[in-house]
Design a binder for this molecule. Structure first.
Ligand code: G4P
Length: 193
């Protein structure tokens, strides 16, 4: 998506050869017009999937999940993260390990907000190793609902997340795909790579 690529080039900061800082428009400060356009794009890419609910994870997935939900006219649910795993009979929960932050979070959602037989679109800001997306898909499985697609704002294609999600059988749509950082420059993957 050209608009997003331009934003990343103009306002993203390459921290090292694996991390991109996008706190100017996505992870800290949020650009609402950009979020609307990302939402519009996701709604087009997943049109025809009969999405009935959007599931994301706090915190940075929420903004784009909300604008996408406006186009689909469906609710957004965000999974909560806790350091400890407090089991709760009212919640579905699973463990998500972050390679980037070297932490494990217990990710949970109240059962009443994730009923069975829904068509769930999973959205998140970054795709690196795919742990967060796989964890969200596990919550959907526990609920007895279906994952109809996984939408990602920025995919780091040099990490294994996309391959894992494709191998698990999910449709993955990433709005910007980065194949490498090279001497502080951002190299985008072609959409067919
Ligand atoms: P994975 O889910 O694909 O396996 O990714 P990973 O665990 O490695 O990422 C953990 C956290 O780090 C996520 O944020 C993810 O969005 C973020 N992240 C991964 N790579 C980058 C990057 O290159 N740049 C930035 N800015 N963030 C990255 P989180 O812990 O869920 O935090 P939040 O911002 O959503 O609250």
């Amino acid at each position: 998506m050209l608009l997003l690529k331009e934003k990343i080039i103009n306002e993203g900061v390459v921290v090292n050869n694996s991390i991109l800082k996008v706190d100017a428009f996505l992870n800290h400060q949020i650009d609402p017009e950009l979020m609307m356009e990302l939402g519009r794009e996701f709604s087009q890419r997943f049109a025809g999937k009969n999405v009935t609910k959007i599931l994301t994870i706090e915190s940075s997935g929420i903004a784009v999940a909300l604008t996408t939900a406006l186009f689909f006219h469906v609710p957004v649910v965000f999974a909560r993260k806790q350091k400890s795993s407090i089991m709760n009979e009212n919640s579905y929960s699973t463990q998500v390990f972050s390679f980037t932050k070297n932490t494990t979070n217990n990710v949970s959602v109240l059962k009443k907000f994730l009923p069975p037989n829904e068509n769930i679109l999973i959205l998140d800001d970054f795709l690196a190793n795919g742990e967060a997306a796989m964890g969200l898909a596990e919550l959907v499985r526990q609920a007895g609902s279906r994952v109809v697609g996984i939408g990602i704002v920025i995919e780091k294609s040099f990490q294994p997340g996309r391959r894992r999600l494709l191998e698990a059988g999910y449709q993955v749509e990433a709005l910007a795909r980065i194949k490498a950082f090279e001497n502080g420059r951002i190299l985008f993957a072609d959409d067919n790579e």
